[in-house]
Design a binder for this molecule. Structure first.
Ligand code: HEC
Length: 115
C-alpha cells in the first residue's frame, strides 16, 4: 500500500498519470476553460482582480465578462491571444482555437447566479 501511494505520488509529481475523474479530455469544454483560465480573475466580485479592474475602468455593466452580451467574439479572441495590460495572453498550447471558440460560446450564456 505504501509502495502504491508513493508510486501515485511520484506519478502525480511528474504529471504523467491521469487518475480516474481527472483524465483530461480535449477539447476542453467552455466551462472547463472558464474555471481553469479565467474565473480566478474574472469572477464578478471583489475577489476577481480582472473584474475589479474592468469595473473601475468602465463601470458596473462591464465588470462581468461571463454573461456579457456586448463583448464581440473577435475582441475576446484578440484579448486572449494577445493579452491586455495586466492580463497575460494564452497560447494555442494552453487553449486551442477550437477550445477558445467553446469558451466564447460559454461566456455568451447568461451568468449563473451562484458563479
Ligand atoms: C491574471 C488575471 C486574469 C486572467 C487569468 C484572465 N484575465 Fe481577462 N482581464 C484581466 C484584467 C486585469 C483585465 C483588464 C485589463 C485592463 O484593462 O487593465 C482583463 C480584461 C479582459 C477582457 C476585456 C474586457 C473588456 O470589457 O474590455 C476580456 C474579454 C478578458 N479579459 C477575457 C479573459 C478570458 C476569456 C480569460 C480566460 C481565458 C481571461 N480574461 C483571463 C485579468 C485576467
Amino acid at each position: 500500500m505504501d509502495k502504491l501511494i508513493s508510486t501515485i505520488g511520484l506519478a502525480l509529481l511528474l504529471g504523467s498519470v491521469a487518475l480516474p475523474g481527472t483524465a483530461e479530455e480535449r477539447p476542453r469544454s467552455g466551462e472547463e476553460s472558464w474555471y481553469l483560465f479565467c474565473e480566478g480573475c474574472h469572477r464578478p466580485d471583489a475577489e476577481g482582480p480582472g473584474a475589479v479592474m474592468l469595473q473601475r475602468r468602465y463601470g458596473d455593466e462591464r465588470m462581468a465578462i461571463k454573461g456579457s452580451t456586448t463583448l464581440a467574439p473577435e475582441y475576446i479572441t484578440h484579448v486572449v491571444r494577445n493579452g491586455l495590460l495586466e492580463m497575460a495572453p494564452l497560447r494555442p498550447t494552453d487553449i486551442t482555437d477550437a477550445e477558445l471558440d467553446l469558451l466564447i460560446d460559454f461566456l455568451a450564456t447568461p451568468a449563473n447566479p451562484v458563479d
